[in-house]
Design a protein around this ligand. Structure first.
Ligand SMILES: NC(=O)c1ccc[n+]([C@@H]2O[C@H](COP(=O)([O-])OP(=O)(O)OC[C@H]3O[C@@H](n4cnc5c(N)ncnc54)[C@H](OP(=O)(O)O)[C@@H]3O)[C@@H](O)[C@H]2O)c1
Length: 387
């Protein structure tokens, strides 16, 4: 049996940290919850691929797993999970029925854990999909259906590419849903250029890159100057979320609404991407144009939202929810790497040993872009030129 080093979260560690902090989520130290473990890899089956993991990005559902703030997923999964929703890897071995990949290929993983009959995920890989093992490990064995060829020559660095396998399909789906719903109400014949707003974060940034690429006006309301600068560099408009105290009071939302009106000639935002909910949801709704669409697939600040149904009906506003892309959508989103998706990554590339610190800094919201962890000390020749 082949063994690999892999990060794990245990229900025991979650409970211990909860007890230490008296349940105060703001005091929880993620470094005490995510730890190195040794994992036995299964044999490579007929349709499986064995991978050497090269680089991964940190994702927020690890924070949710560690805090157990939405559902105590580690407990629900029997006491231990191996997280890691996205990776760039090198193919080391393939099963005898694998035709799409060969040894030496560079590949991406997606996290659609089990598609429903229309392709949407019923569950997410390495989170709530039973028996799924994630990719914060040195090696992994996965079904070939879970891989997409990496566009090594797309112009992105290995680290930029590692930022995208989860976030780009999410942004791609949010955008095609938001735009599709808006176009059902207001066709292109009547309105060509839309005002598109997103709030902070890597997914929000990628969503705006799509809007900007297609000729719309992109507005990024982020508290982070580096992230705002990146959108401004491609022609978008940055709005400092800290100037509105991250929408702590009704007056902050009113001031934000006034600002949005000024910036859009009184029209408001046609499509809003809100990945955080909580006060961000209210702010997004307040600046929504008539016939507007609010799309989200995140709930970091709150799982529940309330809104005035009468007001939204009169404004013909649609509030939409999604989770993650279909398998086909993951492949399509990958075509846009480097062409549309040029992610802002955090200035430090973390080492494998520093992965817990990376999650601590993500929890503290001190990173200036999408956090990347280099897993492999030795990189294959195929990617050496893009590091
Ligand atoms: N369903 C899915 O498939 C899916 C996929 C990806 C992400 N998500 C969820 O979407 C959310 C964003 O993900 P991401 O990958 O874009 O995150 P990210 O790149 O790690 O960025 C996190 C962002 O959250 C913002 N933030 C943190 N605390 C905040 C607060 N108190 N008030 C307002 N903003 C705050 C920060 O915005 P500033 O720039 O303003 O500091 C930061 O840029 C996460 O909760 C994640 O779990 C869901």
């Amino acid at each position: 049996m082949r063994k690999t080093r892999a990060y794990a979260i245990t229900a025991e560690a979650v409970a211990k940290e909860r007890a230490r902090t008296g349940g105060d989520v703001s005091q929880i130290d993620v470094t005490k919850i995510i730890g190195l473990d040794v994992l036995e890899l299964p044999d490579v089956g007929h349709s499986d691929v064995r991978l050497k993991i090269l680089a991964v990005s940190a994702e927020h559902n690890v924070d949710h797993a560690a805090l157990a703030d939405t559902v105590n997923i580690t407990e629900a999964r029997g006491g231990k999970i191996y997280p890691g929703n996205s990776a760039v890897g090198e193919v080391l071995e393939v099963g005898n029925q694998v035709t799409l990949f060969k040894v030496g290929d560079i590949v991406l993983t997606h996290c659609n854990g089990e598609p429903d009959k229309y392709g949407f995920p019923l569950r997410i890989w390495a989170y709530d999909q039973p028996d799924s093992i994630g990719w914060y490990s040195e090696e992994a064995v996965v079904g070939d259906w879970q891989l997409v060829p990496a566009p090594v020559n797309c112009g992105l660095s290995l680290w930029e590419m590692a930022a995208l396998p989860l976030r780009a399909p999410t942004a791609y789906h949010l955008w095609r849903r938001g735009l599709g719903i808006y176009r059902l109400k207001v066709p292109r014949e009547k309105k060509a250029v839309l005002n598109v707003l997103s709030f902070g974060g890597g997914v929000g940034e990628l969503f705006l890159m799509l809007a900007n690429f297609e000729g719309h006006k992109a507005f990024f309301c982020s508290g982070n100057p580096e992230r705002r600068a990146a959108i401004e560099a491609i022609g978008g408009i940055g709005i400092d979320q800290q100037a509105f105290n991250r929408f702590k009071t009704k007056d902050d939302i009113k001031a934000f609404s006034k600002k949005a009106k000024e910036l859009t000639g009184g029209e408001g935002m046609h499509i809003v991407c809100d990945m955080l909910r909580g006060p961000v949801f209210e702010a997004g709704l307040a600046v929504q144009a008539r016939e507007g669409v609010n799309v989200s697939s995140g709930w970091q600040l709150s799982q529940n939202v309330t809104y005035n149904s009468t007001v939204q009906s009169v404004k013909q506003v649609t509030i939409d929810h999604m989770h993650y892309e279909t398998l086909d959508g993951c492949w399509a989103a990958t075509e846009l790497y480097g062409k549309v998706f040029k992610p802002t990554i955090h200035k430090e590339i973390y080492s494998f040993d520093d992965l817990p610190r990376c999650f601590h800094e993500m929890h503290e919201n001190t990173q200036t872009g999408i956090p990347i962890i280099r897993i492999a000390a030795e990189l294959p020749a195929a990617v050496k030129s893009i590091t």
